[in-house]
Design a protein around this ligand. Structure first.
Ligand SMILES: C[S@@+](CC[C@H](N)C(=O)[O-])C[C@H]1O[C@@H](n2cnc3c(N)ncnc32)[C@H](O)[C@@H]1O
Length: 208
C-alpha cells in the first residue's frame, strides 16, 4: 500500500506536494548541532536535505519515490550545497542506506504500519554513530481529532514515547520527547492546530 508506486503516483498528481521550507522541528532541533554526516529518511522534494547541506551537513537524502527525487534534484541550489547532497533512490524499510553510521539520522512523517515502522526506526537507531543524534518527527495521534487532512488509519500515528520505547535505555539519552502544536490549514481553508510528535535522542559514546 505504501510502496514506491503509491508515492510516485502521489507526487505525479501535483506539481508540488510539500512546502519548499524545511520542517520546523528540524530547524528547532538541529540548528544547535555541529554539522557532520546526515541521513534524511524519506526526503521527499528535498527541502530538509537542502537546508541541512546549506548548514554544512553532508547529507544522504533517501526516498522510495524516483519522482520525488527527480524534483528534489531539480531545485536550484549552489554547486557547493549540491556537492554535499547524495540523492538516493532506496526503500529504507527493505534495505539499509549506505554510508552508515551517521552523525544525524532524521526521519520526518514516516507514517507506516506498526511492524514496518518499528523495524525501520530500530534500524535507523542502529545507524546513528556514538555521540550522534536520532530525530524522529511524525503526525501525533491527536491529529485524527482535528479537521486537517490525515489518512483515517490510526495505526499509522505514533507518540514520542512509542519511539523512545524502541531505544535501548543504556545506549541513549532522550533529549526531547514531546508533542508540539503548530498551525495548519484544513481542506475548508480554516487554520487549525495540529501536533507533531518529536523525539530527539543522543547515542551515548562508549569508552573502549
Ligand atoms: C509524508 S512524506 C514526507 C516527506 C518529507 N520528509 C517532508 O517532511 O516533507 C514521506 C516520504 O517518505 C517516502 N517514503 C515512504 N516510504 C519509504 C521507504 N520505505 N523508504 C524510503 N522512503 C520512503 C515517501 O516517498 C515520501 O517522500
Amino acid at each position: 500500500m505504501f510502496g514506491g508506486a503509491f508515492w510516485d503516483e502521489l507526487y505525479r498528481s501535483r506539481r508540488t506536494v510539500w512546502s519548499d521550507e524545511p520542517n520546523p522541528q528540524l530547524v528547532a532541533e538541529v540548528s544547535g548541532l555541529t554539522p557532520g554526516t546526515a541521513l534524511d529518511v524519506g526526503c521527499g522534494e528535498g527541502a530538509d536535505a537542502i537546508w541541512l547541506a546549506a548548514r554544512g551537513w553532508h547529507v544522504t537524502a533517501a526516498d522510495i519515490s524516483s519522482v520525488a527525487l527527480e524534483r528534489a534534484r531539480a531545485v536550484a541550489i549552489s554547486p557547493e550545497i549540491a556537492s554535499r547532497i547524495e540523492w538516493l533512490h532506496i526503500d529504507l524499510v527493505a534495505a539499509a542506506a549506505p554510508g552508515e553510521p551517521y552523525d544525524l539520522v532524521s526521519a520526518h512523517f514516516m507514517q507506516l504500519p506498526p511492524a514496518q515502522r518499528e523495524s525501520l526506526f530500530r534500524r535507523l537507531a542502529a545507524s546513528v554513530k556514538q555521540g550522534g543524534s536520532l530525530l524522529v518527527v511524525g503526525h501525533h495521534p491527536s491529529d485524527l481529532q482535528t479537521t486537517v487532512k490525515r489518512p483515517p488509519l490510526p495505526e499509522l500515528f505514533y507518540t514520542a514515547a512509542d519511539i523512545a520505547a524502541l531505544l535501548e535505555p543504556n545506549d541513549w539519552d532522550i533529549i526531547v520527547e514531546a508533542s508540539r502544536g503548530r498551525s495548519a490549514t484544513d481542506p475548508a481553508n480554516r487554520t487549525v492546530t495540529v501536533h507533531d510528535t518529536v523525539l530527539r535522542a543522543r547515542r551515548r559514546a562508549r569508552s573502549s
